[in-house]
Design a protein. Structure first.
Length: 131
């Protein structure tokens, strides 16, 4: 189960994203680093929102949002993100990265089983927060 601060971070900082996808609240599953939301307009589809350090989130992503659109996560962009995070961490900041991914669980399949069965790298990096 998620700690209250984790739930607050995932919910508040990703509220515009949740509104854009028109997900159902509360999430069908909430963990320390992720929340899984049902998408009522697309039965069998779920939105997974995850948070974590850059080193853990980068392998899960192949795109990032730039000016509201998903763009390819190029090597140059990865290098720049790593530089920014290292600079912030040297200044005693903690950097938390957020990403989203669509999960398809057809029929009566539990979306958590689908999620646990595979960890593809097709998530979209939403952004980062330094605290």
């Amino acid at each position: 189960s998620a700690e209250p601060i984790d739930a607050l971070l995932l919910t508040c900082l990703t509220a515009p994203l949740l509104e854009k996808h028109r997900v159902m609240y509360p999430p069908v599953h909430m963990a320390t680093n992720s929340a899984l939301y049902a998408m009522p307009e697309a039965p069998g589809e779920y939105l997974l929102v995850e948070k974590g350090p850059l080193w853990r989130m980068l392998p899960r992503c192949n795109r990032l949002y730039l000016q509201g659109r998903p763009e390819p996560l190029t090597e140059d962009r990865i290098i720049r993100m790593r530089q920014l995070c290292e600079e912030l961490e040297r200044g005693s900041y903690r950097v938390i990265v957020f990403a989203e991914r669509l999960i398809r669980a057809p029929g009566n399949v539990d979306p958590l089983l689908v999620l646990k069965a595979n960890q593809p790298s097709d998530a979209v990096l939403i952004g980062a927060l330094s605290i």
